[in-house]
Design a protein around this ligand. Sequence first.
Ligand code: GDP
Ligand code: MG
Length: 170
Amino acid sequence: GNKNINAKLVLLGDVGAGKSSLVLRFVKGQFVEFQESTIGAAFFSQTLAVNDATVKFEIWDTAGQERYHSLAPMYYRGAAAAIIVYDITNQASFDRAKKWVQELQAQGNPNMVMALAGNKADLLDTRKVAAEEAQAYAQENGLFFMETSAKTAANVNDIFYEIAKRLPRV
Ligand code: GDP
Ligand code: MG
């Protein structure tokens, strides 16, 4: 039969990596060039039908600034899934993403489904992080990896869909 699953999902990653833009694209199908910085965190929800289930994502889009770091556990605690976002044109954002992965591995729910999103995949000319490097890192650390673009919509629904498929069916 069809199952209804509620899944808390948190987006983590450096300021400017495109967390809010990915959520805006997924939830509203929109993109803005001058997305305002998130203060604290913002909440959204969106439902997705997968083969055998309807997944209602309860999405926490966090700010990413270091001064809000101490708030992050409130958002990832109890989360069923996390998307750790970096910007493929920014090496420091990839380093920051790895720090988030370490923190989730140490403090997060051990069954959490974790996705690594290399965002701004439309900006190939200014790429700094090789897809192969990110893919290898993700594989070693038990995440799945996709390059996304909130701007063109490439792989945005797909990453949420892949998470939905991986969630435990209770
Ligand atoms: P956040 O701080 O991680 O929430 O990042 P934002 O969603 O606020 O995005 C930061 C900036 O990057 C904004 O100016 C966005 O328009 C831009 N941006 C976000 N995603 C993409 C993308 O996929 N491609 C391009 N070219 N720009 C993006
Ligand atoms: Mg934001």
